[in-house]
Design a protein around this ligand. Structure first.
Ligand code: MN3
Length: 212
């Protein structure tokens, strides 16, 4: 069963003016598609061909040596982008409330402090990568990864660990058409389209998983 590129969960112009339609079209239709196509090419005819994307990136040690690199990059790219699209939405943004809002204040002092720390993680990632909010051992942490690495790959590979509940792509392809070199401006704009309801649901599920 080959991995598939799901359609965007909203029209490509839905996140305007914060993320422009052309960026969304190219990012989803070309960049994400290439990760899916190259993942399928890498695993075709191998013992890991039938595994889910979660099983692949969550256990790269179990992937044959010859394709571990391509699965790390393209499998990570596929998982990360699917996650990212589904965390965003038109008319979202605002401030997280409920248990997640309280957990953010407990971990970072305030929502503004959390935003500043998350933006710093994205800005501080040299080259390409991702900024993440994860649940690790029941606690919130902000981390970043290089390239298409993901905290689910584990500390030895990704340099961090935990269950992602928010992830923001800081590759230039995510923002260059509208923001050029201004990654910081892009990161500030993304807050306007984060679906905190979805992040809250992921937070609750991750806490439940860490407790069992
Ligand atoms: Mn990307």
């Amino acid at each position: 069963m080959a991995h598939e590129l799901a359609p965007l969960p909203y029209p490509k112009d839905a996140l305007e003016p914060h993320i422009d339609a052309l960026t969304m079209e190219i990012h989803h239709g070309r960049h994400h598609k290439a990760y899916v196509d190259n993942l399928n090419k890498a695993i075709a005819g191998t013992p890991v061909e039938a595994l889910s994307i979660e099983a692949l990136i969550g256990n790269l040690a179990g992937v044959p040596d010859a394709i571990r690199g391509p699965v790390r990059n393209n499998g990570g790219g596929h998982w990360n982008h699917t996650f990212f699209w589904n965390l965003l939405g038109p008319g979202k943004g605002g401030t997280p409330t409920g248990d997640l809002g309280a957990a953010i204040i407990a971990a970072f002092g305030s929502y503004a402090d959390f935003q500043a720390k998350f933006e710093a993680a994205g800005i501080g990632r040299f080259g390409s990568g991702w900024a993440w909010l994860v649940v690790n051992g029941g606690k919130l942490e902000i981390v970043s990864t290089a390239n298409q690495d993901n905290p689910l790959m584990g500390k030895a590979i990704a340099g961090c660990e935990g269950t992602p509940i928010l992830g923001v792509d800081v590759w230039e392809h995510a923002y260059y058409l509208k923001y050029q070199n201004l990654r910081a401006a892009y990161l500030k704009a993304v807050w306007n389209v984060v679906d905190w309801g979805r992040v809250s649901a992921l937070h609750a599920a991750a806490l439940h998983a860490d407790a069992t």
